[in-house]
Each structure stands twice: as C-alpha cells, then as structure tokens.
Write a protein that binds this ligand. Structure first.
Ligand code: NAD
Length: 294
C-alpha cells in the first residue's frame, strides 16, 4: 500500500521502518532530516514537506507530539485534509486530546475522508519490535480495512468505539499508570522510613493483589535511583493535561489524576522533566531527604 508517514521521532521512526519491512511504499516527512535520511536508506521516499507526502497515497499516518501538531499538519498549516486524495484514509497514531481527534475527523468528513485515531502503548522498544498495543477509534469497516497495516507495527489492535475512543482509552491508560507509579513511590518511601528494606517490601508483595506491571518495571528503577527514560515526566504531563481537558468537557471527577499532575509539574519545575516517570519517587525524596535504597 502507498502510505504517507509524517513524524519520525522516537516512536514514528521505528514504526515507519516496520511498515517498509512489511512491503509498504512509504513517503516520509519530518523536520528532522537525519530521521528522514534513515528511512530513505531503508527504501522510503524522502519528501521535503508534509504536502509532498500525500501525492497518490491510499493512507496518511501521523505520529506527532500532541494535538496542536496534528491540527497544524491536517487542518491549519499544511492543510492535508484539503489536499490529500479524497479516496485516502487518515490514521493518527499520536496521543492527543480526543476532543481534537473529533474536530479533525469532522473537518475530514467535509471532504468525504474517513479517520481512525490509533494511539499506542508500549514505548520505543515495542515500536522497534513491532509489538505495540493500538487503541483505535473509528468506524468498524474502516478499522477492518486497515487493521493489517497496524498489525505490521503492533501485536494488539483493539477497536474501542467511534473516533476519539482510541485517545480516550489512551488517557485512561495514562491515568492508571501515573497514579500507580505515585502509589508505588509513596508506599516504598513510607515503608523504608518505617524501617523495612524496600527490596523485601517488593519481594513480599509483588505476587499479590498490589503487584502490577508498573511495580515490576518501576520498583527496581526506583531502588537503583535509575531515572533514565523510558517515558519522560514531561510527556506524561502532556497526557495528564489532556485527561484534565477531556474530563472537564464531561464534568468527570479526577482528583487522583490532578494530584499526580501537580506532583509531576513540581518535578518539571525542579529540572526533572526529562527523567523517567518513575522519578515521581523524587517528589517524596525531596520532601523527606530520605533516599530509597536496595
Ligand atoms: P518525538 O518528539 O520523539 O517525535 C515527534 C516527531 O514529530 C519529531 O521528530 C518532530 O520533529 C516531528 N514533528 C513535529 N511537528 C511536526 C510537523 N509539523 N511536521 C512534521 N514533523 C513534525 O515523540 P515520540 O516519543 O515519537 O511520541 C510521538 C507520540 O507518541 C506522542 O503523542 C507521544 O505521547 C506518543 N507515545 C510516546 C511513547 C514513548 O515512549 N515515547 C509511547 C507511547 C506513545
């Protein structure tokens, strides 16, 4: 299939490479020329603008940082909604505000173009392996038509509802992960201050109800004081701000999300925005002066 792919960052570059490996013909664009050159070396066509990528394609895929970037490319600056082929479909894999997804879909609908919002979870290693989990919003028939394209980049592809449902599900994911990490940091810190070794706390409870994928991934990082990302605090702030906006639109109460967002903002202002989100532990360490150890 001939595909336009825009946004070759940490996630987009390996995803685009997997599409090339699966035999698709890609037109690619990013401001980052080195990333474009890497895709060109793998067999994709390097384009000088977003507009150039859409010529003659059946599918347009974006993997951009946030709502303003996707709106800029699709409707405000590059205006791909107006110039992409009317027979093509748009799939946005970025994690953005679901309200923005629906706005972009409405704009595309004016031109008779279908859209799926298909954010992912899994991070860079799974983007490289082609084992991402896709949470998709859109019409069943559009999903059925393009599911195999997403399967070239992921091992789980689930239709969650109409357009926007993919990003709503992603926001649920981001809230659960953030609150989980904060609870883990708070408990480990409190346990050590009460005189129990963190390693023993982890070993004793990881197989029970409190155990989780978050605990298995993040407790060792916390005990090692290893905050190399992973997933950066600043990106998680972006997602939790989108949770706040989405919740506000429907008057949903989100006290836990708000609390963890404030903790992350404090860490950002203290210079920790580029740390892995497991650095929520630093919030407690800075308050108490007690550093978690093995
Ligand atoms: P990134 O910042 O590494 O990549 C974004 C890319 O978009 C950059 O290369 C940038 O140059 C490009 N870009 C920005 N505006 C552009 C424009 N107008 N035209 C062309 N290119 C443009 O970000 P990432 O880590 O790849 O994340 C992409 C999305 O995936 C985000 O929404 C993020 O929240 C989500 N996500 C990231 C991870 C992760 O672990 N990094 C995991 C899951 C989901």
């Amino acid at each position: 299939m001939k595909i336009a792919f825009i946004g070759l960052g940490i996630m987009g570059k390996p995803m685009a490479l997997n599409l090339v490996k699966a035999g698709h013909k890609l037109n690619v664009f990013d401001f980052n020329k080195a990333a474009v050159a890497e895709l060109e070396a793998a067999g994709a066509k390097a384009c000088a603008s977003a507009a150039e990528t859409v010529e003659g394609v059946e599918l347009v895929i974006t993997m951009l940082p946030n709502s303003p970037h996707v709106k800029s490319v699709m409707i405000e600056n590059d205006k791909l909604a107006e110039i992409m082929p009317k027979t093509a479909t748009f799939i946005d894999c970025s994690s953005i505000n679901p309200v923005a997804s629906r706005e972009i879909a409405a704009e595309l609908a004016k031109h008779g173009i279908e859209m799926l919002d298909a954010p992912v979870s899994g991070g860079q290693p799974k983007a490289v392996d082609g084992t991402l989990a896709f949470m998709v919003g859109g019409k069943q028939e559009v999903f059925d038509k393009y599911k195999s394209v997403l399967e070239a980049m992921g091992s789980s592809v689930v239709l969650c509802g109409n357009v926007g449902a993919g990003n709503v599900t992603k926001l649920c994911n981001q809230t659960i992960v953030a609150v989980n990490i904060a609870a883990l940091a708070e408990a480990m810190q409190m346990g050590q201050m009460c005189g129990v070794e963190p390693e023993k706390i982890f070993e004793a409870i990881k197989g029970g109800l409190a155990g989780s994928t978050v605990m298995n991934a993040k407790a060792p990082m916390m005990m090692d004081q290893n905050f190399v990302p992973g997933f950066r605090i600043d990106l998680h702030i972006k997602d939790l701000n989108n949770v706040v906006d989405a919740a506000k639109a429907v008057d949903a109460p989100i006290p836990l999300t708000q609390q963890v967002l404030e903790m992350m903002k404090i860490l950002h202002h203290d210079g920790d925005g580029s740390c892995d989100h497991s650095a929520l532990l630093k919030y407690y360490q800075k308050l108490t002066g007690e550093v978690l150890h093995h």
